[in-house]
Design a protein around this ligand. Structure first.
Ligand SMILES: Cc1cc2nc3c(=O)[nH]c(=O)nc-3n(C[C@H](O)[C@H](O)[C@H](O)COP(=O)(O)O)c2cc1C
Length: 184
């Protein structure tokens, strides 16, 4: 990969995987990238569950709140948010500094993106799934107080599959200067 911006643009959601397995070495790097993500107060309020069992991956894929997956990923990582590591009220980070923003959820997003980009750098494809909480917690035996905001599937995209059109709003549509809505 030439540069970091190209890497971020090359990462995409994959809906159809072939049966090539992700190596243990690559998985190790992906998990390490997740571990090195920033988190509020360095709380590291995450736990990563690696799932390789095909039947379990199928069940987990079916917990997605939405999705258009044609095949299951050969490897899945569940990102668990551990309540006792989020000292604030709800899922906020700091005790006594209640925030309307559940910042611990953002930390999970940071870990997820680190994993996705590490995978892309290793030429490994990925998909993100938002699981139904009761279902995913029952499958993975997660404690009542913890949550699983995201599942990530990893593998290699099948050759020649249909590719959804991918685009983004233009920079001019999403960026203002000094005040909301002020153009340069
Ligand atoms: C937090 C989050 C949750 C997502 N959950 C799902 C999901 O449950 N099912 C799904 O098909 N895609 C899911 N996606 C993937 C998005 O639909 C996808 O990222 C978006 O369409 C942009 O496409 P791209 O990833 O190819 O750039 C999720 C993405 C994010 C960031």
């Amino acid at each position: 990969m030439k540069d970091f911006l190209s890497l971020t643009k090359a990462r995409k959601t994959t809906y159809e995987f072939d049966n090539r397995q992700v190596s243990d070495a690559a998985l190790g790097k992906i998990l390490d990238a997740g571990r090195w993500a920033p988190s509020c107060g360095n709380s590291q309020s995450w736990h990563f569950i690696v799932i390789e069992d095909k039947k379990k991956i199928k069940k987990l894929t079916m917990t997605a709140n939405y999705g258009d997956f044609h095949t299951d990923a050969p490897l899945m990582v569940a990102l668990v948010l551990i309540k006792k590591l989020c000292p604030g009220r709800g899922f906020s980070c700091f005790k006594g500094h209640d925030s309307f923003v559940h910042d611990s959820y953002m930390c999970i997003g940071m870990a997820a993106l680190n994993m996705l980009l590490e995978a892309r750098d290793l030429n490994i494809d990925s998909c993100l799934l938002t699981p139904h909480q009761n279902k995913v917690k029952s499958i993975l035996k997660i404690k009542k107080e913890d949550v699983v905001p995201l599942l990530i599937g990893f593998g290699y995209q099948k050759k020649g599959v249909f590719q959804k059109k991918r685009d983004r709003n233009g920079l001019k549509d999403v960026v203002s200067y000094e005040l909301f809505g002020r153009r340069k």
